[in-house]
Design a protein around this ligand. Structure first.
Ligand SMILES: Nc1nc2c(ncn2[C@@H]2O[C@H](COP(=O)(O)OP(=O)(O)OP(=O)(O)O)[C@@H](O)[C@H]2O)c(=O)[nH]1
Ligand SMILES: [Mg+2]
Length: 468
């Protein structure tokens, strides 16, 4: 356990608002010296001489000053939040200054000159975790809220921050602990076999627990794509309407569209929310044999992007028959998750299912007209359906797994419980049975952070932004 070695004796500070021009910047301070430092650098406008200390959770108007020169750094609002009623659980201060690059930096430098240390990325949240303000899954959700790219991703992060995942894990632990208590009661009588009736009750309890864990694990694929997004390449021979399709999905003229084949050369990347899933759409150069050096490079890049993509939108001109360029594109899509788009449906669809090679699954065909803007909804449904395998766990406001770390820990727990069942079946001694249960408990505890290491914490919080 590395909890004790991570120091939170220092007082730390950082600018919590993003860099650049903005109306207001927020400078955040946390640690034992917060209040003392605030008294040094802050002169309230309406405070009478001899008044007591600044009150907690009250917004004061005044000036931030450099105590060594008496110079005013800025006119500010500030609030002191005394321990334990702050985000970090420590004495904490927020100073609201004018925005921009210079003013917040000037205030920060005054703080550093008084012995305050620059905060590391995620250090405020790390302290909140160490001080028991939230568990590890909740702390991770803070970063997910900031990084959420769709409303659905945001909703999941909020549920996790409220403790929905932690409660599920706590329920799993509770069930495991109940059974552990029964097993431990037997440890003093190792010669006695566990009573067969009791054994059956225990086995059924563990089986229920394992299936509960598996149901949660089943939500991971959906959670992963909602959180991390899906790289999606739009692929096809020249002139089939790839760029038109990108523009249609984005609802803006992002890519150049022209009747000349070979218009797109470089790839174009744009993010879009498709039914709650953040897609990174990549429009590519039309694939064909070409002697034009630049176009050739575009085709090479298109193929590379297709290889890297998790999903392909293969575009065909549905109004004409397939040709050898289409066949090359289709062959390149073999074995990948793909949706086949028969575009230019306004001209009448002439491409029949029979003419398409077997890799084109009939359920994955969508008709669109990028010219008229039709087929968008069907295409979005189809994308969501393919990516989530038709299972949607998020509809009922259910918490889903979004984090690989949680998935691995749950798998470890389920594995431990399965081993326990085997030992129970074999009539192994209660001591060995208890070891498996404790290992499963530890795996569950990793998710909420009761069992953790400095290394794990370092990895999690270093991904946060500075000031959070
Ligand atoms: N009738 C009709 N024309 C379309 C449709 N979609 C695209 N087009 C036209 O087809 C031509 C090619 O469109 P683009 O979107 O540039 O095609 P592309 O696949 O990106 O072509 P390259 O970049 O050259 O590979 C343009 O003249 C478009 O206006 C459609 O649904 N119906
Ligand atoms: Mg194009």
């Amino acid at each position: 356990m590395g909890r004790q070695r991570i120091s939170n004796e220092d007082t730390i500070a950082a600018i919590a608002t993003p860099p650049g021009n903005g109306g207001i910047a927020v400078i955040r301070i946390s640690g034992p010296k917060s209040s003392e430092i605030l008294e040094l650098i802050f002169k309230p406008v309406q405070r009478k001489a001899g008044a007591g200390a600044l009150e907690s959770h009250r917004l004061y108007h005044g000036h931030a000053v450099n105590p060594s020169t008496g110079e005013i750094a800025d006119e500010v609002l500030c609030v002191l939040m005394r321990s334990p009623n702050s985000y970090t659980g420590e004495d904490a201060v927020e100073i609201h200054s004018h925005g921009g690059h210079l003013v917040p930096k000037r205030i920060l430098e005054i703080l550093f000159s008084l012995g305050v240390r620059p905060a590391n990325p995620g250090e405020f949240s790390l302290r909140a975790f160490l001080n028991g303000k939230m568990d590890l899954a909740q702390a991770e959700a803070v970063s997910d809220i900031i990084n959420a790219r769709t409303e659905e991703g945001l909703k999941q992060a909020e549920l996790q921050l409220e403790g929905a995942l932690s409660q599920k894990i706590a329920a799993f632990k509770e069930l495991t602990l109940d059974i552990l208590a029964e097993i431990e009661a037997q440890v003093d009588f190792p010669e006695d076999e566990i009573d067969p009736a009791a054994k059956e009750v225990i086995a059924s309890g563990i089986n229920n627990l394992i299936s509960g864990i598996h149901s949660l694990l089943d939500t991971y694929e959906e959670g992963r794509i909602i959180k991390h997004g899906v790289k999606t390449a739009i692929l096809g021979k020249p002139n089939v309407g790839k760029s038109s399709l990108l523009n249609m999905l984005l609802m803006k003229e992002r890519a150049i569209v022209s009747p000349l084949p070979g218009t797109t050369r470089d790839f174009i990347e744009e993010s879009i929310d498709v039914r709650g899933i953040p897609l990174v759409l990549i429009d590519t150069a039309g694939i064909r044999k070409t002697y034009d050096e630049i176009e050739h490079e575009g085709v090479r890049l298109a193929k590379k992007k297709a290889e890297e993509a998790e999903l392909l939108l293969v575009v065909l001109d549905g109004s004409v028959a397939l040709d050898s360029d289409d066949m090359e594109v289709l062959q390149g899509a073999a074995g990948k998750s793909a949706i086949f788009i028969l575009n230019k449906s306004d001209k009448g669809i002439k491409l029949t299912l029979g003419a398409l090679p077997s890799i084109v699954h009939p359920d994955r065909i969508v008709h669109t007209s990028a010219k008229l803007g039709s087929g968008t909804e069907e295409l979005k449904d189809s994308i969501r359906g393919l990516l989530t395998g038709g299972n949607t766990h998020t509809d009922g406001g259910e918490i889903i797994l979004t984090e690989l770390r949680h998935k691995l820990a749950l798998e470890k727990a389920a594995h431990g419980l399965t081993s326990f069942l085997k030992l129970l079946e074999n009539g192994d001694s209660p001591e060995f049975l208890a070891i498996e249960l404790r290992a499963a408990l530890d795996s569950l505890g990793e998710i909420t952070g009761e069992v953790t290491t400095e290394d794990i914490l370092g990895r999690i919080f270093s991904k946060f932004c500075i000031g959070k």
